[in-house]
Design a protein around this ligand. Structure first.
Ligand SMILES: [Zn+2]
Length: 485
């Protein structure tokens, strides 16, 4: 996500019981889960059914599985509001509004309930334990009611955002399913890559941008039905609107599309995005999908990344819009492909997305920013933040590995995850040397694309014992709180 806060301070489904299939089980091979989603949008409501083929990778018999219900954070009375107080006015453009995600049926299981700390979890109980390495098929029917809000899931002023619109399998790690609460600060999402087949129906008056490759579009009266396919993706998002003009080009074999309704320099923006795809492709590794859609939309922050799709706030223009487009494009490598637990290591993808953006501008003169204007800007903002904290509170907590809910403000989050994150990557570059730094990032991408990386994996990506050690100590020092003023 791009907050832009630095400028504040500076199929046919059979209702089977548990269906086992022995397709998993190869040692070391990671079998991907599958989502088959059929959804229809009309008048602020999404009615959907999804069938999930879940592979039990827990290493033991599983009596249940959990899903994150992000759409429920938008309901009245939610403990974790999706928008912080400081962004509420710009988000809720027509006054307070609520939505929710209602699960209407779950089949293929013995029982289910909506639970979790904030009604954010769907727990599906199997009729008999699913053995390790085997799989279960679960069908969930749900209704997503959208709030009027310029945010990831909502009816924005001129478009409809369908980010995080379906129940998402919780990641299983360290003996438990990781449940996500909707912290307003940062991106409170954590998921594994899966294969998607999505059928989406909406009024034919809408242009529809989606994460996947559109494999068919069928007009039936006043409705249009699209079929999308997306493999090895961490998430799937859709944006629709009536005002869009779509520009497209090709970059490294990727069909790059730009959906816009308020950009006087749309052709230049498309070119910038295509250049970013080419640069990151050449610098880090091959773009993982066949399509990439950048979509202008109502969004209370700068932008938001999804696999093969980026939301760009329609409140941005000129260089700010361009920068946000580049930052969200970098997330295709650092978030979409190489996943990480954004709830704890926000710097790992945000810091690297920021640093990658600075590298892009460093390699492309005349686009409004330079590497040093971006890097020095981030450093100055971080130093100013620390200095104010020191004056006010006698010091700043500059530790980096912390839960999103542990940040006292979005300002602190941006300075730690983005600005200091950028500084961390620059220090890594200095510590391991130019050649090893870029080769290491290529390794990191190659080894963790489609997977989940942790800070120690980043350090281990640099070749040579000395470089690994140097990287480890930079990461350790930075995340522990150094340097501070
Ligand atoms: Zn970001």
């Amino acid at each position: 996500m791009r907050k832009w806060l630095c400028f504040l301070l500076a199929a046919l489904f059979l209702p089977l019981p548990v269906l086992f299939s022995g397709c998993a089980g190869q040692a070391g091979a990671r079998v991907r889960d599958e989502y088959v989603i059929e959804a229809a949008y009309e008048d602020g409501t999404l009615t959907a059914a999804q069938e999930v083929l879940w592979h039990n990778r827990t290493g033991a018999d599983a009596g249940y599985v959990l899903f994150n219900l992000y759409g429920n954070a938008y309901r009245e009375g939610a403990k974790y509001a999706p928008v912080s107080r400081s962004f509420s006015a710009s988000a809720y453009y027509a006054g307070r509004s609520y939505g929710n995600m209602e699960i209407t049926s779950v089949s293929g299981v013995a029982g289910w309930e909506v639970c979790g700390e904030d009604e954010n979890i769907l727990r599906a109980e199997f009729s008999e334990p699913v053995p390790a390495g085997e799989s279960a098929r679960i069908r969930i029917e749900f209704t997503l009611t959208l709030a009027g809000v310029n945010h990831r899931t909502g009816i924005a002023r001129r478009s409809v955002n369908l980010g995080n619109f379906y129940p998402v399998l919780c990641v299983y790690e360290e003996g438990a399913f990781a449940e996500c609460v909707y912290d307003s600060c940062g991106d409170p999402f954590y998921s594994e890559c899966a294969d998607y087949s999505v059928t989406f129906t909406a009024g034919a008056q809408y242009a529809v941008a989606a994460s996947g490759e559109c494999v068919s579009a069928t007009l039936s009266g006043a409705k249009k039905t699209y079929e999308y396919a997306l493999e090895n993706a961490r998430d799937f998002a859709i944006v629709l609107g009536e005002d869009y003009t779509v520009l497209q080009t090709n970059a490294c074999g990727v069909n790059v599309m730009y959906y816009h309704y308020a950009d006087e320099s749309a052709a230049a923006t498309l070119q910038l995005i295509a250049d970013a795809v080419t640069y990151f492709n050449d610098t880090f590794g091959k773009f993982p999908y066949k399509t990439y859609s950048a979509v202008q939309t109502g969004f209370c922050y700068g932008g938001m990344e999804y696999p093969a799709l980026a939301m760009l706030s329609d409140s941005l223009s000129g260089e700010e819009l361009g920068y946000t487009a580049v930052h969200e494009t970098a997330h295709q490598w650092w978030y979409a492909a190489v996943g990480s637990d954004q709830r704890t290591y926000a710097w790992l993808d945000e810091g690297l997305a920021e640093y990658s953006s600075a590298l892009f501008y460093g390699a492309h003169e005349g686009r409004g920013y330079t590497f040093s204007s971006l890097f020095e800007g981030a450093r100055a903002a971080y130093n100013a933040f620390c200095s104010v904290q020191k004056q006010l509170f006698g010091g700043a907590d500059t530790s980096m590995n912390r839960r999103l809910g542990e940040y006292s403000s979005e300002l602190e989050y941006v300075n730690i995850a983005y600005h200091k994150g950028m500084m961390l990557f620059d220090s890594l570059r200095a510590a391991v040397g130019e050649k090893r730094f870029f080769a290491g990032l290529k390794n990191y991408y190659a080894n963790f694309s489609g997977g989940i990386a942790r800070p120690e994996h980043l350090a281990a990506s640099f070749s040579g014992r000395a470089a690994k050690k140097a990287a480890q100590s930079v990461i350790r020092a930075y995340t522990a709180g150094e340097p501070s003023l």
